[in-house]
Write a protein that binds this ligand. Structure first.
Ligand SMILES: *Cc1c(COP(=O)(O)O)cnc(C)c1O
Length: 519
């Protein structure tokens, strides 16, 4: 019952924030609030952080259970996408349901009135106080925002690999050298993550909910399945493995990178390699999950977006709750662009910030149905047959979340841009030359930025965030092909192939002198 800062972090937030609650000082926040809830009321003279070490035979999960809060008033439910708070159709998150009665997408709707009992400043301070700790489950960048994600889930049901809290990288040299002196350019490295893509953020939420359904509500769910362009399978497999849940992965044969294929194999998933494309895999898994009690982890699943939206909240937090002007996100199935919108808009609605950034969705020209729809003035949506692209995770012609994406773009005065294979590979290479190691999807977003800068849409001093969706190390083959100059029909203008030299001093010196002469 000792009210340490730790118990504050674990406990139900107090209805009234401490009046002198300072912002952006996590330790003093936790100490001062715990004092007030203790009744002593005064600000401590010296800030000291006195977390008592838990008993040696207790793990962090058990510690969280011991210090568990009493129940609170926050809640969330499934509603048809676009429904208001007064909708008659809604479902408990404990139901297994993927679409509304009319067949439309679902959305997780939070009880915003309950959350609004706390001012924005309160949420900012609470979230700031939890960043990067080991306290279960708040050490995770997703679960540090638990009240905005799955408010009702018991911490003991959560499956987390301490995802999130990813690097917001200041792209200093890229901005100076290639973007006309942009000085406020940032890359949100969502791919520097457990399985190497932002999919981890969504999967911790989905697998946590499945874990709760299986173990704690005894639902007959035999496992989790997904069709995937690669990164979803890797995330499903890792989170299911951690929770002892069987995973079933449907992959399009020969269309994903070796790194993406080997991840689910290594994590012990059942991997089916199918002679079709992503859309074909998706159709099959839907048919299979209609017959077998396998939980479907595809991106129509709205639980995942609740986790993914925390990347947007994290960006705001990393800017000390100042709102950037632009956020550029590569889009395929188009769930993530909506997730970002949802994160930003929830923070606006709850008073953590006062506006939302303009969103740019960047598509590969070889898989650009949203771009074409945007260009038609939102008149005419047509699914396309996606052609091959180095940005394989967004090679999707008939995106599940098209309506979600349109809502995100229109609500933020957003833009859709496209990038050809040459443009995306050149942008990737240019970024890499400034010290990054961007994946091709990030390349699509970077190419969109290059174009919007050229057109003068994005200004030199606009605070701009490019969302990097995967780690470049997952996509080394595309870089090898580019730097070898081996891509048919592509100039590979920025290639930097290795020099083959005889292993003797004279030959090595010749090469180096020639090189130094050029510098
Ligand atoms: C899944 C994925 C995307 C696309 O996200 P959507 O929500 O399908 O638009 C982009 N990049 C990478 C690396 C991905 O894994």
């Amino acid at each position: 019952m000792a009210t340490t800062s730790l118990s504050f972090l674990l406990s139900h937030p107090n209805p009234k924030p401490h009046p002198s609650l300072p912002s952006r000082r996590p330790l003093s926040v936790s100490v001062s609030v715990s004092c007030s809830s203790n009744g002593s009321g005064s600000e401590p003279a010296a800030i000291h952080y006195a977390k008592h070490r838990r008993p040696a035979d207790e793990n962090i999960r058990e510690e969280a259970a011991r210090l568990a809060p009493s129940s609170h008033g926050f809640s969330a439910r499934y509603v048809p996408f676009g429904a208001g708070a007064d909708t008659a159709e809604h479902y408990s998150l404990d139901e297994v349901v993927y679409r509304s009665r009319s067949g439309s997408l679902l959305d997780v709707q939070h009880d915003l009135d309950a959350l609004k009992k706390f001012p924005g400043e309160y949420w900012r301070s609470l979230f700031d106080s939890r960043v990067g700790r080991t306290t279960w489950p708040f050490g995770s960048g997703v679960w540090s925002k638990k009240e905005f994600v799955l408010p009702e889930i018991d911490p003991d049901h959560i499956v987390s690999l301490f995802e999130g809290n990813s690097n917001l990288f200041w792209a200093e040299r890229l901005g100076i050298d290639h973007l006309g002196g942009m000085n406020d350019l940032w890359v949100k490295h969502c791919g520097i993550s457990h399985t190497g893509s932002f999919k981890d953020l969504g999967m911790t939420v989905l697998v946590s909910q499945v874990n709760r359904l299986r173990k704690h509500l005894n639902r007959p769910i035999v496992g989790v399945g997904c069709a995937s362009t690669g990164d979803t399978s890797a995330a499903v497999s890792a989170y299911c493995a951690a929770a002892r849940i069987p995973a079933f992965v449907f992959l399009p044969a020969d269309r994903i990178s070796l790194a993406q294929l080997v991840q689910p194999i290594a994590n012990g998933a059942t991997v089916l390699s199918l002679d079709t494309d992503f859309d074909g895999c998706m159709r099959l898994i839907r048919e299979v999950t209609a017959e077998l009690p396998i939980y479907l982890a595809n991106s129509l699943n709205s639980l995942r977006l609740e986790g993914q939206k925390t990347a947007a909240i994290e960006i705001l937090q990393q800017f000390d709750w100042e709102v950037p002007d632009w956020v550029i996100i590569p889009g395929g199935n188009l769930g993530n662009i909506y997730a970002f919108f949802k994160g930003f808009d929830m923070c606006r609605e709850l008073g953590l910030v006062d506006r939302v950034p303009r969103l740019v969705c960047a598509q590969a020209a070889n898989a650009n149905p949203l771009y074409l729809y945007y260009k038609s003035g939102w008149k005419d949506f047509k699914a396309v047959t996606a052609m091959e692209t180095f940005a394989s995770a967004i090679q999707i012609g008939d995106p599940v979340s098209i309506d979600r994406a349109v809502h995100a773009i229109r609500s933020t005065d957003g833009i859709v841009e496209e990038a050809t294979e040459e443009e995306l590979m050149n942008a990737t290479a240019q970024a890499d030359h400034t010290g990054m190691f961007a994946c091709p999807h990030t390349g699509v977003a970077l190419a969109a930025l290059f174009k919007l800068r050229e057109k003068g849409v994005i200004g030199t001093h606009d605070r701009t965030v490019v969302v990097s969706t995967a780690h470049g190390l997952k996509f080394t083959q595309s870089k090898v092909d580019y730097h070898s100059g081996l891509i048919e029909g592509m100039e590979c203008r920025y290639k930097n192939p290795p020099v083959t030299v005889k292993a003797d001093f004279g030959s090595v010196m010749d090469v180096l002198k020639k090189k130094l002469g050029k510098l």
